[in-house]
Design a protein around this ligand. Sequence first.
Ligand code: PLP
Length: 484
Amino acid sequence: MQSSDGWSTDDFRRQGKLVLELLTDFVDRGRRGEGDVVGIRSVEELARAMDLARLITEGGADDDRFRALVETFLDSATNLHHPAYIAHQVAVPHYASALADLISGTIANGMAVYEMGPTAGAVEIAVIDWMLAKVGWQPTGRNRDNEPAVGSSPGGGVLTHGGSLANLTAMLAARAAVAPEAWEHGTPADLVVVAPANAHYSLSRAAAAMGLGTSALVAAPTDRLGRVLPDELPELLDRLADDDRRVMAVCANACATATGLYDPVREVGELCRERGLWFHVDGAHGASALLHQDEAWRLAGVDLADSLIWDAHKLLQTSVLCAAVLVRDGRTLAGAFQQDAVYVTEGEREIGFDFILQQFECTKAPLGLKLTMVLALVGEDGLAENIGTLWENTRGIYARIAARSGFETLCEPESNILCFRCEGDDALQTLIRKKLMHDGDFLLSQADVAGRRWLRLAVMNPLTDEATIDRLLDRIEALAAEGN
Ligand SMILES: Cc1ncc(COP(=O)(O)O)c(C=O)c1O
């Protein structure tokens, strides 16, 4: 039945089937490696191709125009299902999480307070408790069937729209622990955050947004590849204390965005515990290694942290976005947002949980359903197997590149991220990346590490096999010959 809002459930059923068919074709093409991995064209050209000006102002698209819009959109979209997608840290989503997006979009249960989406709330609590258990922390106790052990403090956490917001949330919890008055009176000027210089920029962005200023980010001592040197940290911490600077948090990468290398989490954690400092682990990308029995050791000691962020949309086959900020002591998260939102909450709830007091967002999508639906189909073991395959494939790709003359690798990979370059200067690396992208053959990223520019692979797709890499190296060789 059509109502005054311009659509009927018959339209939904018919056009929903059409969209699902077009998407299935898109995924099929990608998985077979057919067509371009990305269709870079100018904004004007794409807007014209999609007929955006007319559709936006006039509306009233019939089935043919609706189909044309979706087809044209997908035609130039970046296809993460394609094995030549080796660029950014975004998971190749399992279809189950895409279906969760559809459910979420249809029911629009915005998660600020419990009654806006009780099932979404229960799902998020289950996901957070599952992640806390993987870290070795106590459950939140928000599900009364799953209480923390007697005598231990409950863990805490919320899902956020992305790792950047998760990092900001962790920094707000750290600030509340060190300077609880800051919420009302502003951030004290003596606070600093110690982090390796290659920490994700969302940490310096958080520092700037919190009024600390990016200059409050003090570089931790690192080796040539940007890994924290724990033996040299005490000297820095002593110097900061002598200068009357208070450390709000010490941060470690697990793993680093550019290189995929892990900081020595246990050593940094032990030092922070000794000195009573807030220890934050950015595991946006690499915390998923906790699921794999042969790779989890890289995060040994993560339970010493006070906060950890972990993105499901990077390595847990979950569609963008689904990130978690977790805290060892759930009470610390309550300090992050000291807001009296009584107009939406009812204070102490008898039933359920209001996320609004522990998250930056007010309304939030039911993010947990995406990961839960993937887990429901593949299970923890399936996720672990996928991670194992990506790690193994990356080691294989490394060996292949290292064995080929005319190429140089940065270091042995510790995850599914790998940096390499072909003979030539920095400008040549950028030129090659751009050429591959504009031709639509391969999508790579790039990173500046140890003073030089590298082509960077994030091997997100288990279909990126040796044949794909051989083709890539052949193409790079040919482009380098042209460009040199
Ligand atoms: C280590 C690290 N932290 C944080 C982020 C930010 O995550 P998001 O893109 O979900 O905001 C990234 C993104 O690549 C990352 O690699």
